[in-house]
Design a protein around this ligand. Structure first.
Ligand SMILES: CC(C)(COP(=O)(O)OP(=O)(O)OC[C@H]1O[C@@H](n2cnc3c(N)ncnc32)[C@H](O)[C@@H]1OP(=O)(O)O)[C@@H](O)C(=O)NCCC(=O)NCCS
Length: 168
C-alpha cells in the first residue's frame, strides 16, 4: 500500500504525541518530543501518511554547532505499518534535505535497550560510533543522556551516498 511523505506542520504535533508512548512499546517518550520540532524545524521534520492517516514521522534538524552535521532526534512508524519501507523513506527525505544544505553526515542516538532501532539503523547504512561500553558487539556510551541513559551513537556518511549514486 502506498504512502506519502510531506514536511510537518505544527498541527501534526498533537496526533504524533498522543501516539508516541504506544509506538515506543509503552516507554514514556512523549515528554521528549515538544511541539517546537514541528514549529521551528519544519524543513527537516517530516510526516508520513497512508490513507490520509498518520503513518510515521521524523523530527530532525541541522546542527547549529556544526552545520556539516544533520541530527535526527526521533523517528517513529505506526506499529501496524512497519516493514513497509516508511522509516527508510523518512530518512531518505531527511538526507535529501540535509545534503543540499551542506551536511556531510547525519547523527542519531538510540537507547542501548532499543534493539529494533539498532537493527534498523544498521540495516539502512548507519555505522555505530565508538563508546565506552559494549553489549553483544554493539558499542554504546555510558550515561550519554544522563544517569542510566546509555545510548548507541550512529553516523551516516552522506558523502558516501553521493559517491555511490555516481557509480555504475
Ligand atoms: C525503527 C522504525 C522507525 C523502523 O520503521 P519501519 O518503517 O518499520 O522500517 P522500514 O520498513 O523502512 O525498514 C527498513 C529496513 O530496516 C529493517 N528493520 C526495520 N525494523 C527492524 C527491526 N526492528 N529489526 C530488524 N530489522 C529492521 C527492515 O527489515 C528493512 O530492511 P529490508 O529492506 O532488508 O527489509 C520503527 O520500528 C519504529 O517506529 N520503532 C519504534 C520507535 C523507535 O524505536 N524509533 C527509533 C529511535 S528514535
Amino acid at each position: 500500500m502506498t504512502f506519502s511523505i510531506r514536511h510537518a506542520v505544527p498541527s501534526d504535533h498533537y496526533q504524533v504525541v498522543v501516539n508516541l508512548d504506544a509506538w515506543w512499546g509503552g516507554r514514556q517518550m512523549s515528554d521528549m518530543l515538544p511541539r517546537l520540532f514541528f514549529t521551528h524545524f519544519q524543513p527537516t521534520t517530516f510526516v508520513a501518511e497512508q490513507d490520509g492517516q498518520l503513518a510515521g514521522f521524523l523530527a530532525g534538524f541541522i546542527s547549529q554547532t556544526d552545520p556539516a552535521t544533520g541530527y535526527v532526534h526521533f523517528i517513529g512508524v505506526d506499529p501496524s505499518r512497519r516493514g513497509l519501507g516508511i522509516g527508510e523513506a523518512l530518512y531518505g527525505r531527511f538526507f535529501d534535505a540535509a545534503r543540499p544544505a551542506g551536511c556531510q553526515r547525519v547523527h542519531a542516538v538510540t537507547s542501548r535497550i532499543n534493539h529494533g532501532s539498532i537493527a534498523f539503523h544498521r540495516r539502512i547504512g548507519f555505522s555505530v560510533l565508538p563508546g565506552d561500553g559494549n553489549a553483544d558487539g554493539t558499542a554504546y556510551t555510558i550515561g550519554y543522556d544522563g544517569p542510566d541513559r546509555d545510548c548507541v551513537r550512529f553516523e551516516f556518511d552522506l558523502r558516501a551516498l553521493q559517491t555511490g549514486a555516481e557509480c555504475n
